[in-house]
Design a protein around this ligand. Structure first.
Ligand SMILES: NC(=O)c1ccc[n+]([C@@H]2O[C@H](COP(=O)([O-])OP(=O)(O)OC[C@H]3O[C@@H](n4cnc5c(N)ncnc54)[C@H](OP(=O)(O)O)[C@@H]3O)[C@@H](O)[C@H]2O)c1
Length: 327
């Protein structure tokens, strides 16, 4: 079968090659999947460049999320059937979804909601799970207001629709090219981040929560607005990294804590609860998120796609992040 393999650590995706390898077969509590699609996420590039303490397999298949159809059941799997369409996100220690057939823990998968296709599901698995876990950590109540940065992007657009399904009033801070899409899903208040400064627009009408995916100045300004809570995917909470299966070495923990210091200091000063979102493989949360989007008004973002055969001839690049690989 064809698989997209990390041939050695590389800047960007330069060492990823399409190769023929033997498929594996499901072990206990695993299912075998015929892959349909997988998003090229920002984290894929970081992981393929090389992550300290992560032991790479030989051959090491790329990719960490995706969707497909179950074609094999390992021992102890009794809650799924051959032919079920599922989507999933894996741990860093378990990377590998960019192959025609993969085996994956049954605990990491969720059935695909009926209103989306299996191909579409492969384009939203990690963003949906991240958005769901981020929102969940805020413990929001229906009717409260939330500002979502990067609202038209992978994680942000899922957060917008999940927040709406949770009964929250959404303010979107987004790119001009995403405004129509956000209007389509009913967002009434959209801030064009290149033309307006959210911290000025909202200073007299501060939302209850902010969902940040940008970090840096955007995170600082978000804290300074003094909402009750800020959740950020760009604030790496070292105490949660075990969700990815990776144990951070001490020097990396210290580096990350130093990076986080100014955000923690500012949150303390402005009496804001600052939450770092780290997404780990979690089939249960993915199932809960899938149930929330299982409604007629859910809108699947259109993604650019790329076929494995195209990757074989032209290679994989940073500019491919955000595209969906079709198998
Ligand atoms: N911690 C975790 O567990 C976790 C999990 C998943 C993802 N992440 C991280 O989350 C980040 C976003 O991932 P993604 O897949 O959603 O990326 P994405 O699809 O590229 O979305 C980012 C969006 O943010 C917009 N944007 C850029 N600067 C902005 C600003 N200053 N204000 C408002 N919007 C802005 C971009 O618009 P333009 O492109 O037009 O500028 C784009 O629409 C990545 O850094 C990723 O590594 C973390």
């Amino acid at each position: 079968m064809k698989a997209i393999i990390r041939t050695k650590a590389g800047k960007e995706f330069s060492t990823m090659k399409v190769q023929e390898i033997e498929p594996s077969f499901p072990e206990k509590e695993q299912v075998q999947i015929k892959m349909t699609s997988s998003r090229i996420n920002p984290v894929d590039m970081d992981l393929m460049k090389g992550f300290p303490t992560l032991k790479y397999k030989t051959p090491q298949i790329g990719g960490i999320d995706g969707a497909g159809v179950i074609i094999g059941l390992g021992a102890g799997v009794d809650n799924y059937n051959i032919g079920d369409e599922v989507f999933f996100y894996r741990k860093f220690t378990d990377i590998g979804t960019w192959a025609e057939k993969i085996c994956i823990s049954v605990h990491d998968i969720a059935l695909i909601p009926e209103n989306i296709t299996v191909q579409q599901a492969g384009g939203i698995a990690l963003p949906l799970l991240t958005a769901y876990e981020g929102l969940l950590s805020l413990k929001p109540k229906s009717g409260e207001r939330i500002l979502i940065h990067g609202a038209g992007g992978g994680v942000g657009f899922q957060a917008v629709q999940l927040a709406d399904a949770m009964g929250l009033k959404v303010i979107a801070n987004a790119s001009e090219r995403d405004i129509e899409k956000l209007k389509k899903v009913g967002v009434a208040h959209i801030i064009n981040y290149k033309k307006e400064d959210f911290s000025v627009v909202l200073k007299d009408n501060v939302p209850d929560y902010i969902f940040d995916i940008i970090g840096k100045d955007t995170l600082i300004k978000s804290i300074e607005l003094s909402p009750r809570k800020v959740v950020s995917v760009a604030f790496p909470d070292t105490t949660k990294m075990n969700k990815t299966g990776v144990q951070l070495p001490w020097y990396l923990k210290i580096m990350m804590q130093l990076m986080n210091r100014k955000f923690i200091k500012s949150a303390k000063k402005h009496q804001v609860e600052l939450i770092g979102q780290v997404t780990g493989a979690n089939g249960e949360n993915l199932r809960a998120a899938a149930q929330l989007i299982e409604n007629k008004s859910y809108f699947v973002p259109k993604s650019k796609t790329i076929r494995v055969s195209e990757i074989a001839t032209q290679g994989l690049y940073k500019s491919d992040i955000g595209k969906v690989i079709l198998f």
